[in-house]
Design a protein around this ligand. Structure first.
Ligand code: 13P
Length: 293
């Protein structure tokens, strides 16, 4: 096994033009299913937990379970706290053993976003080799406690991106380019791929300074996913689709065995559906066989 921070995984992905899947989980069985699938495909993978599950089960439990599962596989893995607006919770997750943190101050002014993000970057530099992700512009939709109505979405300004990265010293950068959290209302959402290309050239055109993160993976067409990866996205966040198959698995089990009441069997159905989904994402992202371990 190789537990690493996310930046290490993403520098290689950026250079080789594939993306690492960052899959949001809410419980340990789901986490095991994601890591097992990545191990079967020899793909590097990032486990993500958003704030609500972390508050429910604690960062310490997630980090310990992650470490335990990671020790049994032969791939590079990282664990990230997703979309956290609280500096204190970011610090607690760093202390608990998370290898990657997203501090989300994207709803603040640029100056405040820089100040808040830098506080977490500074803490990470003092405490282990943890990667920090920051966001500029806003991603529409709902991800846990972060809500942005579509009419208020602001796309990332490339020059501000440069300033943000330079002044915070962050590791991974999430530019808002029109992707959204949750299921897309249209089959053909307006994604500003040219903006991503400009940002990728500006930031990672020479040496890779800050790998680029694409939020809002669920529901994007295979072609858009491939275009975004080709245009510089090297971390791809997927959450809603995992939630849906987890709940569908429970539903399927209950419909098929309404009098059985066996949670282990129910988890098996949920894990199998999760593994199928994660497998298809890893294929799309081109990360199969790319684990450096
Ligand atoms: P989706 O829920 O749309 O897949 O977005 C995931 C995400 O960006 C998590 O940060």
């Amino acid at each position: 096994m190789s537990i690493s921070n996310s930046k290490e995984l993403l520098i290689k992905a950026t250079a080789e033009k594939y993306a690492v899947g960052a899959f949001n989980v809410t419980n340990i069985a789901q986490m095991a299913a994601v890591i097992e699938t990545a191990a079967e495909l020899k793909a590097p993978v990032i486990i993500q937990t958003s704030v609500a599950p972390v508050k429910q089960l604690t960062p310490e439990l997630f980090a310990a379970a992650f470490r335990n599962i990671a020790e049994r596989v032969d791939i590079s893995v990282a664990i990230q706290l997703d979309h956290c607006t609280s500096i204190d919770l970011c610090k607690r997750c760093i202390d608990a053993g998370y290898t990657s943190i997203m501090i989300d101050a994207s709803k603040e002014t640029l100056e405040d976003n820089i100040r808040i993000t830098k506080t977490v970057v500074d803490y990470a530099r003092e405490n282990n080799d943890v990667s920090i992700e920051g966001e500029l512009g806003t991603v529409g939709g709902v991800e846990d406690q972060v809500r942005v109505v579509m009419s208020q979405v602001e796309l990332c300004d490339p020059q501000n991106a440069l300033k943000f990265i330079e002044e915070t010293g962050l590791d991974n950068f999430a530019p808002a380019i029109g992707t959204a959290h949750g299921i897309y209302k249209s089959n053909n959402p307006e994604i500003d791929i040219d903006r991503l290309k400009i940002i990728a050239k500006l930031i990672n055109g020479g040496k890779v300074v800050a790998p680029l993160v694409i939020h809002g993976g669920s529901g994007l067409s295979e072609q858009i996913v491939r275009d975004l990866v080709f245009s510089g996205g090297s971390k791809f966040n997927v959450s809603t689709e995992l939630k849906h198959v987890w709940i569908k698995g429970a539903e399927e089990y209950i419909i098929n065995a309404p009098k059985e009441f066996n949670p282990v069997k129910m988890n098996r159905v949920q894990m199998d559906l999760t593994m199928k989904l994660v497998h298809s994402w890893i294929d799309r992202l081109g990360s199969s066989g790319k684990s450096g371990v």
